[in-house]
Ligand binder design. Structure first.
Ligand SMILES: Cc1ncc(COP(=O)(O)O)c(C=O)c1O
Length: 370
């Protein structure tokens, strides 16, 4: 298996932990272990007594139970826990695709969707989102790409990096389309539950169609990437069985402390989401005003869900050069669209608390641009 370097991750290496202000992150503001343990009386003592032996390969039963509460028609036995969403993506695509198959992948996307799908030997067609069209998910374009050997459609909603989100009608139409052709669906739902208003919350796709899989993780909406706890939820028994076999070759089982803390966080997910949504709603108002003030420099499609936007740069410079100069001069990090093969765009994360200071740095930089 030959995988190309992961452009986003390679880009982050020199900057992620050194830039003072992070405006390019894709997750919600995190908390420390003490904050999590304080959510339940007695949790600190239980954590100290938590056994550090191997854990059950599919995930601790108490954790799978908490995860299953996120879904309405998917049971704990239909949840498989992985080391982050990344491991789940890697094995799901390997389980679902092989040479001779065709897959349709929405782009721009988290690079592993495209890269791992291609590495299986399957043929891949991109289903692009367009800024000019408000990053709308165009179902006509999707249907035209379906072939007799199309086995899988992959999409991310709410989307990273564009902030786009499927509508209820769009989700229904996709499920019907896939069902009528017997095509599997893989929905990367790592930003689910971070919709800015309740009417934008879609049902999880695994609850709608028995050949659909939902991807979830503690990292994004819940703001706990350091746990490295992700999962797939699916009623697709064939895929599920294969994934269990494949997981034995990578993480095998999960980190016992992370399973404990993940379950604790999920039992209190309402509180975590409320806090993270309050940050996102506050920040998006700051951004609205920012984009009004700087409409000559950049323009955006305002997202209705998630902590990410993908504005278009209107200055006569590449987004890569802009990002480099900004980090050099203001120690403030954005992500250049080049890492998503979309030059001219910037990924901007607004899930973190220090947005006001970070935006002030960006404004100071823009003021100094000749
Ligand atoms: C859309 C999407 N899917 C999956 C992942 C991987 O998540 P994790 O790093 O928690 O494994 C990311 C991380 O940025 C992401 O943005």
């Amino acid at each position: 298996m030959r995988l190309q370097p992961f452009k986003l991750e390679r880009f982050f290496v020199p900057f992620e932990f050194t830039a003072r202000y992070m405006l390019g992150g894709s997750d919600s503001e995190s908390v420390n272990i003490g904050d999590l343990l304080a959510l339940e009386p007695g949790a600190t003592e239980q954590f100290h007594n938590h056994w550090l032996g191997y854990t059950e390969a599919p995930g601790a039963p108490y954790l799978r139970e908490e995860i299953a509460r996120i879904y309405s028609a998917t049971a704990p036995e239909q949840v498989l826990v992985f080391a982050g969403a990344e491991e789940a993506i890697f094995w799901y695509l390997n389980a679902a695709l092989q040479a001779g198959d065709h897959a349709i992948i929405q782009t721009p996307c988290y690079q592993s969707h495209l890269e791992v799908a291609r590495a299986t030997g399957a043929e891949v067609t991109e289903w692009p989102l367009h800024f000019e069209n408000g990053w709308a998910m165009e179902l006509d374009g999707l249907e035209k790409n379906i072939r007799p050997n199309t086995r899988l459609i992959v999409l991310t909603t709410p989307n990273n990096p564009t902030g786009a989100h499927l509508s209820h009608a769009g989700q229904q139409a996709m499920v019907e389309l896939a069902r009528s052709r017997g095509i599997r669906l893989f929905f990367d739902e790592v930003y689910r539950e971070l919709e800015h208003a309740p009417q934008h919350r879609l049902p999880a796709v695994c609850d709608l169609y028995n050949r659909a899989t939902s991807l979830g993780v503690m990292s994004k909406s819940y703001g706990l990437p350091g746990l490295r706890i992700g999962w797939i939820a699916t009623r697709d028994g064939e895929i599920f069985a294969r994934l269990q076999e494949l997981k034995d070759y990578t993480s095998l089982c999960n980190s016992a402390p992370s399973e404990f803390l993940g379950a604790l966080a999920l039992r209190n997910r309402g509180k975590l989401l409320e806090r993270n949504l309050a940050i996102v709603r506050h920040n998006i108002e700051l951004l609205d005003r920012f984009f009004q003030r700087w409409s000559e420099a950049m323009t955006w499609v305002k997202p209705v869900a998630g902590p990410i936007a993908f504005p278009k740069l209107k200055l006569p410079t590449s987004s890569a050069a802009f990002v480099q100069d900004l980090v050099d001069k203001q120690s403030t990090l954005l992500v250049p669209g080049e890492v998503y093969d979309r030059p001219g765009f910037l990924r901007l994360g607004f899930g973190r608390k220090n947005m006001l200071e970070a935006l002030a740095r960006l404004e100071a930089y823009l003021k100094a641009v000749p």
